[in-house]
Design a protein around this ligand. Structure first.
Ligand SMILES: [Zn+2]
Length: 226
């Protein structure tokens, strides 16, 4: 069976790029004057890769958008907790340890309330984990910043500022620790060389499990439309 191209974009580029969208459709970016027969040949040679990526995309559909209704669950430290809408409450959003409580009057701004809450938790949780691993493994860093990055869990700037996305606080604690260790290791080794991965493995021998978890589940760490 031949591969179906859902979308093709010709532009001033020198090489072909194959992009599998989140819904499994295939977008092909190709040079302006590439003959169709060459393009078909290129697709033919990448059939296996395309099929594999499409299967992966279909196996994990995009996370549905949140509606902020009673009983809907929200992730925190790898666990899903239900939301209860309450009539009156001083803060927009609170967490009891087993449930989220959102004030009815804040429903129109529920998304912002959750993001604000996640950002505050991310800063508290991640700061503690960075301090713990930095102290244990003699790493130094300048400061911690919480970002809104979608797929970049963490980064380390040349001046030693560590950035982490607030979405990471939805992940299990051991996955958060892996991202923390990864960025701290970058304070000493900037690249992803074998030496870098050896350093990560020294601190966290099982780190590959967490890399795989993020690859498989990373897209669930979202409110669905952000
Ligand atoms: Zn890295």
């Amino acid at each position: 069976m031949s591969i179906l191209i859902d979308h093709i974009v010709h532009s001033k580029r020198k090489t072909v790029a194959l992009i599998i969208q989140l819904d499994g459709t295939l977008t092909v970016r190709a040079p302006l004057r590439m003959p169709d027969v060459h393009l078909q040949e290129y697709i033919q040679n990448h059939t296996e890769w395309i099929r594999e990526k499409q299967a992966q995309a279909k196996a994990s559909p995009p996370t549905p958008k949140k509606h902020f209704v009673d009983g809907e669950t929200f992730l925190y430290l790898g666990k899903a907790y239900p939301l209860t809408i309450v009539a009156h409450q001083r803060s927009a959003l609170t967490f009891s340890g087993s449930k989220f409580h959102l004030a009815n009057s804040n429903l129109p701004k529920a998304r912002q309330a959750f993001i604000r809450w996640y950002k505050a938790q991310a800063l508290a949780v991640i700061s503690e984990r960075v301090a713990f691993h930095a102290n244990k493994n003699q790493f130094t860093f300048r400061k911690i910043r919480i970002s809104s990055a979608r797929t970049r869990w963490g980064s380390c700037s040349s001046n030693g500022t560590l950035s982490f996305t607030w979405r990471l606080v939805m992940a299990p604690p051991e996955v958060i620790d892996y991202v923390v260790v990864h960025e701290l290791a970058h304070t000493q080794i900037k690249n992803h060389s074998p030496k870098f991965w050896r350093r990560v493995a020294e601190i966290m021998p099982e780190f590959k499990r967490h890399v795989a978890w993020l690859k498989k589940n990373g897209r669930t760490l979202t409110l669905g439309d952000d």
